[in-house]
Design a protein around this ligand. Sequence first.
Ligand code: GLC
Length: 444
Amino acid sequence: MANNTTIKLIEQAKKVLELNNRGSFTVPSGKLYPHQWLWDSCFIAIGMANYNAPRAKLEVLSLLRGQWQNGMIPHLIFSPNVDYEFGPTFWKSRKFKASPESADTSAITQPPLVSIAALAVADKLSAPEGRVFLKQVYSKILAYHRWIYAERDADGCGLAILVHPWESGVDNSPAWMELMKRTPDPRWIGIFLRLKLHKLINRFRKDTSSIPPHQRVNAIESYKLLYRALRFRRRGYVSKTHIAQSKHLLEDLVFNSIFVAANRALLDIATIIGETLPSDLDYRMRQTEFTLEELWDKETKQYYPRFHGNHELLKIPSIATFLPLFSGSIKQERADELAKLLSDRAKYFTDYPVPTVPLDSPYFDQHHYWQGPAWVNINWMIVRGLITYGHTELARKLRDSTLAMVGASSMNEYFSPLTGAGYGIDNFSWTAALAIDLANIKFE
Ligand code: GLC
């Protein structure tokens, strides 16, 4: 795909990544997200590997500096002395023995793309360098996957239970908002509402000072997110206690689809470096693939997340349904159904697909964060999944429309699926990085 427009797009994307480069890692946006995020860094490493594999290697390694002794890789590693609303004073990670000594971090995780990123980077290094790098990261990534099974698969069914919407990466997606509605609010949120304090606090919010408020989660939703994190902190960040004491938690579809793909990448890494995965882990990984299939709903022919506990599917349609394509573990007939659904112009195949919820959803709002806009990371995972299942033509169309949308923008965070207009913050790192990776896909 090397025409002039693409060459220009790649050059522009590299500049964005340079702008957000902080030496050994890259921030999602210098203006709005001045720290290191887990899945952002993985997407960044994947894109960067196309033109600077040694630097992409550093991106993955720097992520591992945040790993806790129990194996958890946190969703956020804080840059020192950078002001942030939910920063180190909020998470207080250093009070917890398992946290790393050299960095302040959050105490929750994010979609576990680390093995996928490591493998993509190794693929672009020379074979011996790739092997050395994979040997360097293998035991750490193995410990991370072990942590997910030990701490988050409380009932041993194979699917990870998330303790906070931020862990899904799709913070305010309808499923998570529905779940939050079912959780009683603490009294202070009622008081805030009565005294209209949220209006006052809104004025000091960083995101809404640079981005129109209707594109972000509202103040009340933010408090609820904050409250959930505080509750987890009060329980000493012990996932098992938190899971045992919480009524409403999700086995999230985005996270678990990625988890399957990440398990497969970990197995590939082990094979490349001549290691064998521990047999108990191997067994649980197969169980995760098997249980992912339980998230399929025969009637509506879609996948959904489900409640932990009663295992009831939370049947709110969203792009999460397409993520099992990325897992690589579903049957061809399921992939064919998903490709059909994705091609539906009245639901998902808009002029600038893929909207995060279908056009006919009551949640749909082309401006509103994870409830309507198209996101490049989601499109990238869907394109990769479609290729795996032989839906090459659809993958190519989605790749081309994604690049057209990004090329006409300032490399924004998300986009209107109707007009392609860029929303959220500009110069956003994963938009830039994954545009580079998409541009490098060679379709026969
Ligand atoms: C927002 C997104 C999350 C992302 C973070 C940094 O919180 O919802 O997925 O990791 O920003 O870009």
